[in-house]
Design a protein around this ligand. Structure first.
Ligand code: ATP
Length: 138
């Protein structure tokens, strides 16, 4: 099985119950879960690949604006499976194209889109390290 980092972003923090419910219904295991709040500096480091893009200031402001939930999700094909469950990046696109996705249900707009998922095994390793230090042995 594969591991990925799932985040519940600040706009969906109060929906953690419903989101974790959907995660189990879809057949994931949750190996680690923590709540935390990023500093602006943490958010800038986490999203360093987007530095210089027009949405980077708003993104890092948003991601440090309140509590988030970080999860280590385990399943066969977890990376693609989680990206499918959360849906298209833009909440409004998600509402049109994937109305039962988590971003459609719980997102706010283009930047405040409820959830994040790693996009490759390399980014999953980096992002799990960022939030948990290392993958769980369990
Ligand atoms: P994530 O990495 O959060 O799963 P993603 O991989 O679908 O999202 P990325 O292109 O990696 O999208 O962008 C990272 C985040 O930056 C998005 O989730 C969203 O919050 C924000 N973002 C991306 N593109 C835009 C945009 N065009 N306008 C505003 N915000 C954006």
């Amino acid at each position: 099985s594969e591991r990925t980092l799932g985040l519940i972003k600040p706009d969906a923090f109060l929906k953690v119950g419903k989101i974790v419910d959907a995660i189990y219904k879809d057949g994931f295991r949750v190996a680690q879960l923590r709540t935390l709040q990023l500093t602006r500096r943490d958010a800038m480091e986490f999203y360093a690949e987007h530095e210089g893009k027009p949405f980077y200031p708003a993104l890092t402001e948003f991601m440090s604006s309140g509590p988030i939930v970080a999860m280590e999700l385990v399943a066969d094909g977890a990376i693609q499976k989680w990206r499918k469950l959360i849906g298209p990046t833009n909440t409004f696109t998600a509402q049109k194209e994937a109305p039962s996705s988590l971003r459609a249900l719980f997102g706010t707009d283009g930047t405040r889109n409820a959830c994040h998922g790693s996009d490759s095994t390399a980014s999953a390793d980096r992002e799990l390290g960022f939030f948990f230090g290392s993958p769980s042995r369990f």
